[in-house]
Design a protein around this ligand. Structure first.
Ligand SMILES: *Cc1c(COP(=O)(O)O)cnc(C)c1O
Length: 400
């Protein structure tokens, strides 16, 4: 087991964490402003300022803040009308939140494999599933195996790198499917010079503590559609039709972000470009230090992508290496360096064992071999060098 310093009190001085927030911009000023003015809860100027600023950074028409990225996914699916017994095609290799959100609305995920080069949802397999494993009749797409209606595709841009979306958008348009982007790990990354979050019908971001920018906890739904934005705002504020008489026509949620959280998020968002540059620099340094090392394969950046390298990740090939990914993680922990594997692919997750998976193979292999390395935006070069030498010692079987 990797050492867990959280459970043991303070980490040692030379501990290198996986990724920690860096809070040295306007965070204090804005939070003080909340406290000084008394606006700490769900009303107050920072929520809208945060929404407007995110929309402006992305070039989006609408942004609606939510309590978490998971809440954003939940209301986004409701806003496009995904409901009980519908199906949504979801990346198999991702954190579990998007698949859970599909279940919250009573729909079912169908898990799609990862592409071996980008590690993102494989567009060729998505197209193949839609064209071969589904039937199109009376303006609806149905899964031949489950007989359920396929309503949407939910690609997850993992680790800061975009999904190759054009083929997915094309097949979605052909069969009248919605595309919901889970961009929670990839704020600021670009696909063919377009911002992620603007490519599908609706997109979700997260500002949890481990993401590129944080509001403590928080999320955002982004869309170009006024109708969807209105629906998201309505559902995330308890679907209130008459605010004086408290009349509600639908079941809504309290998914409002607080002014305090939004003030933190805004201060962080002001530093987005600096953070992206820092992540890209870290990635370049890892890339340079690890190129030519046959035991590990660094993550790629596709020619059409600009990645934010949210967590710098490498594959440890067990055929070329004296150790596997899990022993590398243990060895790094012994050197007080935090690293971690990717997520159990969702078609293996006991929580989603009833869901269908379509020829998922690559995701399993990536899960077996991947290790994410320390990637905080304030990671010092000397610390990065210590990580690299510990990785080299471990994979080459030296004593380090
Ligand atoms: C972090 C994350 C989420 C959820 O965000 P929260 O704000 O933690 O709810 C959703 N999807 C993916 C892929 C994530 O990594």
């Amino acid at each position: 087991m990797p050492m867990n310093y959280e459970l043991r009190g303070l980490p040692p001085d030379d501990f290198i964490p996986l990724s920690v927030p860096v809070l040295c911009g306007n965070e204090w000023n804005y939070i003080r402003e909340c406290l000084d003015t008394g606006w700490v809860s769900s009303a107050g100027p920072f929520v809208q300022r945060f929404e407007d600023e995110l929309a402006s950074v992305l070039g989006a028409r609408y942004a609606v803040a939510t309590t978490t990225g998971t809440a954003a996914l939940h209301v986004a699916l409701r806003a496009i009308g995904v409901g009980p017994d519908d199906e949504v095609l979801v990346s198999a290799l991702t954190f579990i939140a998007p698949a859970n959100a599909v279940r919250y609305v009573g729909a079912w995920p169908v898990f799609m494999d990862a592409d071996p080069y980008t590690w993102q949802m494989d567009p060729a397999k998505v197209v193949e599933f839609v064209e071969r494993a589904c039937v199109w009749a009376n303006g609806q797409l149905h899964n031949r195996e489950s007989h359920r209606r396929v309503r949407a595709i939910l690609p997850v841009h993992i680790l800061g790198h975009p999904v190759d979306l054009d083929p997915i958008l094309e097949v979605a348009q052909k069969y009248d499917l919605f595309v919901v982007e889970d961009a929670t790990e990839s704020l600021g990354s670009r696909y063919k010079d377009r911002s992620v979050g603007l490519l599908g019908h609706i997109a979700c971001f997260s500002f949890n503590g481990n993401k590129l920018i944080t509001s403590g906890g928080g999320g955002m739904v982004v869309t170009q559609s006024e109708e969807m934005a209105r629906k998201v705002r309505y559902l995330s504020t308890q679907a209130k039709d008459d605010p004086v008489e408290y009349i509600h026509r639908e079941i809504g949620y309290n998914y409002r972000l607080t002014n305090l959280q939004a003030s933190l998020g805004l201060a962080q968002l002001e530093r987005l470009q600096q953070f992206v540059s820092a992540k890209r620099r870290i990635a370049r340094l890892y890339q340079e230090s690890l190129s030519g090392v046959v035991e590990v394969t660094p993550m790629n950046e596709a020619s059409w992508a600009r990645s934010t390298y949210w967590l710098y990740t490498v594959l440890v090939d067990p055929d070329r290496c004296v150790i596997n990914s899990r022993s590398l993680i243990r060895k790094l922990a012994e050197s007080r360096i935090q690293s971690r594997p990717l997520w159990q692919p969702l078609h293996r997750s006991p929580a989603h064992c009833e869901a269908q998976a379509y020829h998922v193979e690559v995701a399993d292999q990536l899960y077996r071999d991947a290790v994410s390395l320390p990637s905080s935006v304030n990671l010092q070069e000397k610390d990065l060098c210590r990580v690299v030498s510990s990785v080299l010692n471990a994979v080459q079987g030296l004593r380090g």
